[in-house]
Design a protein around this ligand. Structure first.
Ligand code: ATP
Length: 514
């Protein structure tokens, strides 16, 4: 199946099974805005919880916060968003389609990377077991050529964007002969900067209304509360403040489903540290966050770090954790060493000291900050797209299965009476009544049991419990596992223990997955 078809399948599956709907669907949707359905909201909550517990509950020195979406307008002056939260946009004059100039160039680089991968696959086939990937990519003239070209393009783009030399960004697009993906035309406008913040007004009277912005990131709510939390919580540096919540960006191009939305949710953590220790904490959080991803068992090969060449105005080091989405490796999470830029700037604009007295150093300073920032919706897409599989079965049939990490599944266990009579539904209902306190459960008695298994497979339910006539005799049930489709007979009273071993958070977050 092609990558495009695979992605289309993910979007169709998300709608058909109640995960994600276009916003205002009956009015034909709203561009790059989506609603989460009855299954989606559960998966989203579970991902948020998995993040929150691993960040806040398991770290003595990280606390939570829920700051408002509306913030004093000066916040965005101080943070640099009013002046610098821009993306370079370019229009194609023939198709009238609008693009992010940097994304057009990045897509060109991704094509070069695709060519490299093709060469590697060909060579791996040719050389068999003796193939040494590292040696091949560092010596094969064609691959080296592609790599050099990709690095040169990337470096030039970073330099031009840094210097705000938008004419050179356009020149690069023209030199590379990049065409509009829609029309194939090379007829481009100049590149312009476009501010991504949504404006709104606070107050009932038009004369006295204050201009506000919808927050484009949750981080600033944390910075402006730094002292409130530090003092009221008697926090000692190093410590972190974590927050999840909505953010809004008027994205220039938003056509990759929930990958790039105009209203989305972030899960961010700002870690306050002494100046000079940022390198050490940057490495620490890179490792910790990658391990969090790996704990879900979605394959080490699907993640990679990407270092930023063009650093944001606030950063002295930054990288992304990229994930292999159906449309290639793309940013899933950012890890940024933000220096004392934010606190320092708020100090200036607010005219209030945002300093910390460090008893160990016996001095006051403006703390440095290490940030981890992940999009909840992007994480949702990573999990959903990785999990959706079409599988050929031994009997010649096929099934659609959503191999969600069991700890995140919307329904953890479905209880199915084999038939709708002979008292089996009553036993099944009793089981639901018992298990639902600890697990998210579903009850289903409609259709043949095989069809019900298929439906639960498509919803990503990791375990099904079937109550049959034997249950009446010996209080045992069939426990069916989604991925292997293996069925074992277990005593009903052993179910809680068995499910706990498979689903408890400690096992997921502490055991390395293969
Ligand atoms: P991109 O380069 O993809 O525009 P970014 O570098 O601007 O992203 P950050 O400002 O670092 O993103 O935001 C942190 C995280 O928030 C990203 O890693 C991503 O997961 C998520 N995110 C950012 N913009 C969006 C969006 N428009 N829709 C969904 N998630 C987003």
């Amino acid at each position: 199946m092609s990558k495009t078809d695979q992605f289309k399948k993910v979007i169709a599956h998300a709608k058909e099974y109640g995960f994600v709907f276009p916003s205002s669907d009956i009015y034909d949707g709203l561009s790059a805005v989506y609603d989460y359905g009855q299954q989606g909201v559960l998966l989203k909550n579970n991902i948020r919880n998995y993040w929150w517990k691993s960040m806040v509950q398991l770290n003595e020195n990280i606390v939570g916060l829920d700051a408002a979406i509306f913030m004093h307008p000066t916040t965005w002056k101080a943070s640099g968003h009013v002046d610098a939260f821009n993306d370079p946009l370019i229009d194609n004059k023939d198709s009238k389609k609008r693009y992010r100039a940097d994304v057009l160039i990045e897509d060109y680089i991704a094509k070069l990377e695709g060519k490299i991968e093709k060469e590697v696959t060909k060579a791996a086939k040719r050389f068999g077991d003796s193939f040494d990937r590292e040696q091949f990519v560092s010596t094969n003239p064609r691959v080296v050529g592609y790599q050099e070209k990709a690095s040169a393009i990337s470096a030039r783009m970073a330099k031009s964007l840094e210097a705000e030399d938008l004419a050179d960004v356009k020149a690069l697009i023209e030199e590379l002969e990049i065409v509009c993906p829609f029309s194939g035309s090379k007829n481009w406008t100049d590149v312009k900067q476009f501010n991504l913040m949504f404006g709104t007004k606070l107050g009932a009277s038009a004369d006295h209304a204050t201009d506000l912005y919808l927050r484009p990131e949750t981080a600033q709510g944390i910075f402006v509360n730094f002292l409130n939390v530090q003092k009221s919580g008697r926090m000692k540096i190093p410590f972190g403040i974590a927050q999840t919540g909505k953010a809004f960006r008027n994205e220039i191009v938003a056509r990759q489903f929930i990958f790039r939305m105009r209203e989305f949710e972030q899960m961010e953590m700002q870690f306050f540290i002494p100046p000079g220790t940022q390198k050490e904490w940057y490495d620490h959080w890179k490792k910790t966050r990658l391990n969090w991803h790996l704990s879900l068992g979605m394959g080490e090969e699907n993640y990679r770090f990407h270092n930023h060449e063009k650093l944001a105005h606030y950063a002295d080091a930054a990288c992304d954790i990229e994930f292999k989405f159906p449309f290639g490796f793309k940013e899933l999470e950012g890890i940024h060493s933000r220096t004392d830029f934010d606190l320092g700037s708020h100090e200036k604009y607010a005219g209030k000291k945002l300093q910390y007295f460090d008893p160990e150093r016996n001095e006051s300073y403006t703390p440095y900050v290490l940030e981890t920032s992940i999009g909840l919706d992007r994480m949702f897409l990573a999990v959903l797209s990785h999990s959706l599989q079409e599988e050929e079965l031994e009997d010649g049939n096929s099934r659609t299965v959503l191999r969600l990490p069991a700890v995140l599944a919307p329904t953890q266990v479905a209880i199915l009476p084999l038939v709708k009579k002979d008292g089996l539904p009553d036993i099944a209902r009793d089981l639901v009544a018992d298990l639902k306190w600890d697990y998210s459960t579903a009850y289903d008695e409609k259709d043949a049991v095989g069809r019900r298994y298929r439906r639960q497979d498509a919803l990503g339910t990791p375990y099904c419990v079937t109550v049959d006539h034997q249950t009446l005799e010996d209080q045992t049930v069939t426990l069916r596992e989604r991925d292997s489709m293996e069925q074992i007979r277990v005593a009903t009273k052993e179910l809680p223990q068995l499910l706990d071993a498979k689903l408890n958070l400690k096992n997921w977050l502490t055991n390395p997955k293969d």
